[in-house]
Write a protein that binds this ligand. Structure first.
Ligand code: ZN
Length: 420
């Protein structure tokens, strides 16, 4: 995953353009993708697909011809969606187009101007402070023209058409945690799911933030009711603890599954209520759709000092944090896959477990007590109304232990699965 982050990092992505296409080409080496190109001007919900932006080079040169701001050094130096410029101007004239972070003077900010035709450069406040007065050659070799918005889907087919949506944004240029880390985790999750032959169908969406999710929703309006669960993945690789943000519904199965997994694992973590801000959960959880889609991050949106700066580089992303996020996703998926309802076929008094070998089979195991409690809880709550996640929550037991108990009881003929 960290290799993928480092490989994607140099590309100049935006909400449209060749940076997104190249990113998707690289992802397609790992998972097959359906790439969609939506023309400029297409109306999508309340929005319109914008012109396509591409950039080849940009710089500010001093009187000696030295590049004092250079796109080739970092694509963050140009405001995303900058219109082309070729001019000589004084520092005073240039200054309104320069963006810095006075509180973090060594860092370059990330700025965009998607929906206002303008241009600008971003640089360290320290660099700006060192620039002498005088004339500068300013050039941005970009195009903003009719074209397309590009997004991609990858589907892991399941046994049923009910879908789990995993979405992440692919529109940020050289920023690593936000969101190449999320992209890398999504790709790894897709590969792992493909080997597992899942129950649900898993749809992975790699799209530019906001306008990409809106475009996808506009084009899939008739089929979104297939989405039973969903997760928006972002900021998946920093050293901070995991954060789950609930869907707008607040008590969707994915909300309960994520909270259960994080609590039962003993990981330090935070579970937050929904708010209409952040990543594309804003779109999936808009009231017209109200999809059961939560968001999993480590440090949440805008919550770390490197956020949207040149310090959000591959060094901020830890391989072990990526692995931990992937593991949490996997555990959540296992709950969504395994949460089903059973009927206790011997509900009058406790069935005699010893006679069926269900005590003996556990002898000597250090988790015997937990496994036994899980059996008693599963038997007690398997009235056809409660699912295994209900059992795990009420019993305060890890979901895999409960699921294993149900398998053993079913094997002994004491449980019957209800239709899902
Ligand atoms: Zn961002």
């Amino acid at each position: 995953m960290h290799d993928l982050v480092r490989r994607l990092y140099p590309l100049c992505r935006s909400i449209t353009g060749d940076g997104v296409r190249r990113t998707l080409e690289i992802l397609a080496e790992s998972v097959p993708l359906d790439v969609h190109e939506v023309p400029t001007g297409t109306e999508v919900l309340d929005w319109t697909v914008p012109k396509e932006w591409n950039i080849r080079d940009a710089y500010v040169k001093d009187a000696a011809g030295r590049r004092v701001i250079d796109f080739a050094e970092s694509n963050l130096h140009v405001v995303g969606y900058s219109t082309p410029v070729s001019a000589v101007m004084s520092l005073a004239e240039l200054r309104p187009h320069l963006h810095t972070l006075p509180d973090q003077p060594a860092l370059t900010p990330y700025r965009t101007a998607y929906y206002a035709e303008t241009w600008g450069f971003c640089l360290a406040a320290d660099t700006l402070a060192a620039l002498p007065e005088g004339d500068y050659e300013v050039r941005i070799d970009s195009t903003l023209a009719e074209g397309h918005l590009t997004y991609a889907e990858h589907v892991v087919p399941g046994r049923v058409a009910d879908e789990v949506l995993i979405s992440c944004h692919v529109c940020h240029p050289s920023l690593a945690n936000d969101n190449l880390a999320g992209v890398a985790v999504a790709v790894a999750l897709a590969r792992r799911l493909a080997r597992a032959e899942p129950w649900h169908t898993y749809r992975f969406l790699f799209a530019p933030g906001t306008i990409g999710a809106i475009t996808w929703l506009a084009r899939n309006r008739e089929r979104v009711d297939r989405i039973r669960h969903g997760l928006v993945l972002a900021c998946a690789g920093d050293a901070g603890p995991l954060t789950y943000k609930r869907s707008r519904r607040g008590d969707a199965a994915v909300d309960r599954a994520a909270a259960h997994v994080l609590r039962a694992s003993g990981r330090p973590h935070t579970v937050n209520d929904f708010s209409p801000y952040g990543y594309d959960e804003r779109q999936f959880c808009s009231p017209g759709f109200d999809l059961p889609v939560g968001s999993l991050t480590r440090t949440p949106y805008a919550g770390y000092p490197e956020y949207h700066t040149s310090a959000d580089d591959p060094g901020l992303v830890r391989p072990e944090a990526l692995a931990d996020t992937l593991e949490a996703c996997w555990e959540i998926v296992q709950v969504l896959e395994g949460d089903r309802r059973y009927l206790n076929l011997s509900p009058y008094g406790e069935p005699q477990l010893g006679r069926r070998g269900l005590y003996g089979s556990l002898g000597g195991r250090s988790d015997t007590e937990q496994a036994q409690m899980a059996m008693l809880w599963v038997l007690n709550l398997s009235d056809g109304e409660h699912g295994l996640l209900d059992v795990a929550e009420r019993a305060g037991l890890p979901f895999p232990v409960v699921a294993e108990a149900a398998r053993a009881l079913q094997g002994a003929g004491l449980l019957k699965e209800r239709a899902r």
